[in-house]
Design a protein around this ligand. Structure first.
Ligand code: SAM
Length: 274
């Protein structure tokens, strides 16, 4: 292995989620850039791997990123990991990947667990189209702007949240989005994994005084339809037919048109499969 950056996903709670490719990448690289070297050292000790570590985190990412790029360009291979899950997803790494790609460095990925995707999959809410909203800012103005921008978002939305901020966040979400289905996904892949299927208004009451513990993802139903826009069954069937012309199956096309228009998949499917 020489001269490249390898993004490696690590477990979000359960060490048995380490794949053979993760182990191989960690063994074969020249050095590892880690968010918190103590956390990564525990992972390496678990695997019995010894490897030079450098820290790469929010407050040193500019200068450390440049040093890492330089080493890679001189022929070394670098694995990038964060404390948990996929590096660069609400974690340090986004800038390093951009820096490396601008410098023409080869980048590869060993995909691993990601809390947002796992929570979306288990939520039971529509998954055909979704948005990842990350963490809401603590800065009042950018928080309000973020919330306003998603008010009419028709796609399922996925948020990361810290438990102690949950009560305030739920109140803000209810105020801006109105009542919606909400799935609170806690402690994925860990002993106390839990999926709470509720609504924003119920959750505001339930967690007013006490937040759930551990790590949390919020999955929220999209707006019923973009503001003021109502679709007819005929329009939905046309959208599905256009997808079918591109080779999408009738079932998948009806599903995507249903997400787009807020109409029922079975009704659209009945029209396009006639
Ligand atoms: N890079 C990570 C990923 O790929 O999922 C996300 C890192 S972000 C700094 C941490 C947030 O991810 C937590 O605050 C929580 O919202 C979510 N998270 C991480 N692990 C989780 C778990 N086991 N269960 C539920 N949410 C989790």
């Amino acid at each position: 292995m020489a001269g490249r950056l390898i993004l490696v996903g690590t477990p979000i709670g359960n060490l048995s989620d380490i794949s053979a490719r993760v182990e191989q990448a960690l063994k074969e690289c020249d050095f590892i850039a880690a968010e918190d070297t103590r956390v990564t050292l525990r992972l390496l000790n678990h695997l019995g791997i010894k490897k030079p570590l450098v820290s790469y985190y929010e407050h040193n990412k500019r200068e450390r990123g440049a040093q890492i790029c330089k080493r890679i360009m001189a022929g070394e291979s670098c694995v990038l990991v964060s404390d948990a899950g996929m590096p660069a997803i609400s974690d340090p790494g986004e800038e390093l990947v951009a820096m490396c790609s601008e410098s023409g460095i080869e980048i590869s990925v060993v995909p691993g667990p990601n809390a947002a995707i796992a929570a979306l999959a288990i939520s039971g809410l529509p998954t055909g189209r979704f948005t990842f909203e990350g963490f809401l800012s603590m800065n009042r103005r950018s928080r309000r702007e973020h919330l306003e921008s998603i008010k009419n978002e028709p796609r399922t939305m996925v948020f990361y949240e810290a438990p102690h901020k949950l009560p305030a966040t739920l109140e803000d979400l209810l105020k801006t989005l109105g009542d919606r289905r909400l799935v609170i996904v806690r402690e994925l892949t860990k002993l106390h994994e839990e999926v709470i299927r509720t609504t924003l208004s119920e959750a505001v009451l339930r967690y007013r005084d006490e937040s759930p513990r551990g790590e949390i993802v919020l999955v929220i139903e999209g707006a019923a339809h973009p503001s003021g826009q109502e679709f007819t069954l005929e329009q939905a069937a046309e959208a599905a037919a256009a997808l079918m012309e591109q080779g999408v199956s009738a079932s998948e096309a009806a599903k995507r048109a249903a997400v787009e228009t807020g109409l029922r998949k079975s009704d659209i499917y009945r029209v396009v499969s006639r």
